[in-house]
Write a protein that binds this ligand. Structure first.
Ligand SMILES: [Ca+2]
Length: 143
C-alpha cells in the first residue's frame, strides 16, 4: 500500500483518480510483478456481475495494473474470464494517475467460484513497479 500523500512522484490528491480515494492505494513495490488474489464463493442465485477498478501508472512509463475475474465451476474448470486494464501510458496521456475501468455481464452458467486477481507489472524504467490500483469492486446479483 502507498499513501496519496507519499509525494516522490506517486499519485497524489491532485492527480487523476477516484473522487473518493481514501488515504491509500495499491502499488507494485520494488519487484517486477506483484500479485494479489482473492477467491470468492458465488451465491447460488448469482446471475449477473459487475466489476470495476481504478488502474494506473506513472508518467510515460508502461508499468501497469491488470485486474481479472476468472469464473470456475465446482471442479475448478474455467467458465469465463473478464479482464480490466492495463491502462496504458497513452491512455493516461503520459500523466501519473488512475482511471476507472469496468465491465458487467452474465455469470457463466455453472460458475461456483470467482477468482479476482490484481497484477501490478513493471516494464522497465527504474526499480519502482509503478502499477497502481484502487477502489476495486466485484459484485454479483440475481435478475
Ligand atoms: Ca517504474
Amino acid at each position: 500500500m502507498l499513501r496519496y500523500d507519499a509525494g516522490q512522484g506517486y499519485p497524489g490528491p491532485g492527480d487523476p483518480g477516484p473522487a473518493q480515494r481514501g488515504a491509500s492505494f495499491f502499488g507494485g513495490g520494488d519487484t517486477p510483478l506483484s500479485t494479489l488474489r482473492q477467491n470468492l464463493t458465488l451465491p447460488r442465485r448469482a446471475s449477473q456481475f459487475e466489476v470495476s477498478a481504478w488502474l494506473g501508472g506513472y508518467a510515460s512509463q508502461q508499468d501497469g495494473a491488470r485486474l481479472s475475474v476468472e469464473f470456475l465451476d465446482s471442479g475448478g474448470t474455467p467458465r469465463g474470464l473478464v479482464v480490466l486494464g492495463p491502462v496504458t501510458a497513452e491512455e493516461r496521456s503520459g500523466r501519473t494517475g488512475l482511471h476507472e475501468r469496468s465491465a458487467r455481464g452474465t455469470v457463466p452458467p455453472g460458475s461456483r467460484t470467482a477468482v479476482v486477481t490484481l497484477q501490478l507489472t513493471r516494464s522497465g524504467g527504474g526499480t519502482s513497479n509503478d502499477g497502481y490500483a484502487d477502489n476495486i469492486s466485484f459484485t454479483v446479483g440475481s435478475r
